[in-house]
Design a binder for this molecule. Structure first.
Ligand SMILES: [Ca+2]
Ligand SMILES: [Ca+2]
Ligand SMILES: [Ca+2]
Length: 320
């Protein structure tokens, strides 16, 4: 009798302890780590394997709140050059400005970290499943558009970033959409551009080199995009400065990324450098007395660059 009673009370203790462990595993851990669904699935699988043919106990679905606040995990599309762009201009789409959870890095689908997928046109069903905005047109986190001559103005691009691998919040994802803004009114050196810019393509840039933009004075410049290759990289000075009007005032500056072989100079907006190429050119144009205005731009750079192309989206100014 005594030993029987002893066995049954220790069995009750074990059941109580096991019960507490399960409550802890099911309720406390998921809430504190945001891995509710994963843990729930794992426990269901374990229960199934332990108790064989018995139905698994449906456990509550716990929302992965930690990754849905938009504060530590948010998808952001960076388009370079900054819009508007010229029709046919190569655009770079990047997820680089997205906010991803601390300790995670961008990876490929199936890796460990955060992977990227793009639907490059949310109005077109490219995989033929009848859904226009679920396509995976690319899984690169940074990609270039084709140098298409067709007009992609107004096309909406969707980026999804998703946590993958055996990490906290795995499976959580965020999406965002960006609209492509291009314009037909462009100054550049290809036949489809409304105004032909000459003498810039192929120019080799060294320190103190001057590029001359010839633009009609009745336009309002909306952006200045200069694509260059890095011919000789000088590690001593990664900065590039441009002075519109050669008046000693810097109107644009930026860093050369030595891991890349190109430098895309794009206006406007930067918190660390002046980004005033478009504004400065508009100011220069306003003071111009001739219909075609010659605008000098002085380069300050220790690295040697070569201009591949220059694209200047603009609108025609309505004279007062
Ligand atoms: Ca699509
Ligand atoms: Ca589809
Ligand atoms: Ca200047």
């Amino acid at each position: 009798m005594k030993s029987k009673k002893g066995i049954s009370s220790s069995a009750i203790s074990i059941i109580i302890i096991l019960g507490l462990i399960i409550i802890f595993a099911v309720i406390i851990i998921p809430y504190s780590t945001g891995m509710g669904q994963k843990v729930t699935e794992a426990i269901n699988t374990k229960l199934m394997s332990r108790i064989g043919g018995v139905e698994s106990i449906p456990l509550p679905q716990i929302i992965k709140s930690k990754f849905t606040t938009g504060k530590v995990f948010d998808a952001v599309i960076k388009i370079t050059p900054e819009p508007p762009a010229c029709i046919g201009e190569t655009l770079e789409f990047s997820a680089i400005n997205s906010k991803i959870p601390a300790g995670l890095y961008f990876t490929e689908p199936g890796g460990t970290g955060v992977f990227c997928k793009w639907d490059l046109d949310i109005a077109v069903d490219s995989n033929g499943n009848g859904i226009v905005d679920d396509d995976i047109d690319s899984t690169e986190c940074t990609l270039l558009t084709d140098k298409a001559s067709n007009n992609i103005n107004g096309t909406e691009v969707k980026l999804t970033i998703q946590v993958t691998g055996e990490v906290e919040g795995s499976g959580s994802f965020m999406t965002t959409i960006a609209k492509i803004n291009t314009t037909i009114a462009c100054a550049c050196d290809i036949p489809t551009c409304l105004y032909k810019l000459t003498g810039l393509k192929g120019q080799l840039i060294k320190d103190n080199s001057i590029s001359t933009l010839e633009l009609p004075r009745n336009i309002s410049v909306k952006g200045v995009h200069i694509n260059t290759t890095i011919e000789v990289f000088s590690a001593s000075d990664e900065a590039v400065r441009l002075d519109v009007g050669n008046d000693g005032t810097t109107d644009w500056c930026g860093q050369i990324d030595h891991t890349r072989n190109t430098l895309i100079i794009s206006d406007p907006s930067s918190s660390t450098c002046p980004r005033g190429l478009a504004d400065s050119i508009n100011t220069y144009l306003a003071g111009c007395k001739t219909d075609i205005c010659k605008i000098p731009i002085t380069w300050y750079t220790s690295s040697d660059l070569k201009i591949i192309d220059v694209r200047i989206p603009y609108t025609i100014k309505i004279w007062p």
